[in-house]
Design a binder for this molecule. Structure first.
Ligand code: SF4
Length: 328
């Protein structure tokens, strides 16, 4: 078969067709730790290993572990006594911890330390007489876990509109946030609350985590540097930080598509476009990024990686896992 310039070989990159992959992207330190915890549990404890909720919000990762025999459950009642159960990276309420202890379960907590930090802030502020406004998504597991620390002292706020309508609180008040929110939207909500309640304090260090803010900043820089016509975000529909990456792109006037992997790419989205962007949410593994890169290489795109910032964050494994496991 002869390839004309109008129909180039699928393996010959077209000079003007580019796929820009950005970094930081993909797995964060909290997700890497949760996955390592699950791997260590699988090789050290008798099967089956139970995981409460999805270990991380990624359909493909969860499915891969399901195939390895991991049993994902929604509530502790589904775990037989004395079995091993892992709590997901998003955190749990103290009530779940207590229930596991009462049941004699071998419970291993894969909550990201940056989520645990917000739990600790709740306890500290409540002890010091504060009421808390918590900006987050009402049904997200992370929010449910944080609220469980002191439900009677926390009021959840999800949108600017809600912040406008919420009854004004007197006395000491502080705002805390979910770790995976939009940096810009969260600031707008804080501004509304602060205007209505000038005594409102913000926690000394922002709760939105480094991985969330770095990935959002990278999308903004990608947009400014290359102005791609479409940005693919690899992540599952229930991944908060992945959805926020799409919103960041769209707020800059760039179309975004959230995909679980290369199998979700629709030809009608990219045909005729010469400049595409690619990133991945904090729960999407690098292998999925490389699959998408390969897909577009095969379609004649030049793949270029731009690293806007290097991350160097690591979290230690839980003490009880290290003590109990032989092969760590
Ligand atoms: S996104 Fe942030 S808070 Fe969530 S697991 Fe990763 S590092 Fe932790």
């Amino acid at each position: 078969m002869i390839f004309s310039p109008a129909h180039p070989s699928p393996l010959t990159p077209h000079p003007s067709k580019k796929l820009f992959i950005v970094a930081p992207r993909g797995w964060c330190a909290g997700v890497e730790r949760a996955i390592e915890i699950l791997d260590v549990a699988l090789t050290n404890f008798p099967p089956p290993i139970y995981v409460r909720k999805e270990i991380v919000h990624n359909k493909i990762v969860v499915e891969a572990y399901r195939k390895k025999g991991v049993v994902f459950i929604d509530e502790l009642g589904q775990v037989p006594d004395h079995q091993t159960v892992i709590f997901s990276a998003h955190g749990i309420s103290p009530q779940v911890h207590e229930a596991a202890e009462k049941r004699g379960l071998n419970a291993i907590d894969a909550t990201c330390p940056l989520v645990t930090k917000v739990h600790s802030e709740v306890l500290r502020f409540v002890k010091n007489g504060y009421k808390i406004f918590y900006i987050g998504h009402k049904n997200h597991e992370e929010a449910v876990g944080v609220l469980g620390e002191a439900p009677e002292h926390i009021r959840i706020v999800e949108t600017e509109e809600e912040a406008q309508k919420i009854p004004v609180a007197s006395g000491k008040i502080v705002v805390l946030t979910q770790t995976t929110l939009s940096v810009d939207d969260t600031q707008k909500i804080i501004d509304v609350l602060k205007t209505r309640m000038p005594q409102l304090q913000t926690a000394a260090k922002e709760d939105i985590c480094y991985a969330t803010s770095n990935r959002q900043a990278a999308v903004k820089l990608l947009a400014a540097a290359y102005q791609p016509e479409l940005i693919y975000v690899i992540g599952s529909a229930n991944s908060s930080n992945s959805n926020r990456l799409c919103e960041v792109a769209e707020s800059l006037g760039i179309k975004a598509r959230l995909i679980d992997g290369a199998a979700d790419i629709r030809q009608e989205d990219w045909v005729g476009k010469t400049s595409l962007g690619l990133t991945a949410g904090a729960s999407a593994p690098e292998s999925l990024v490389q699959d998408v890169a390969l897909y577009f290489k095969d379609k004649g795109y030049n793949v270029e990686e731009t690293i806007f910032e290097r991350e160097d964050v690591n979290f230690a494994l839980p003490k009880n896992l290290v003590e109990l496991a032989v092969n760590v």
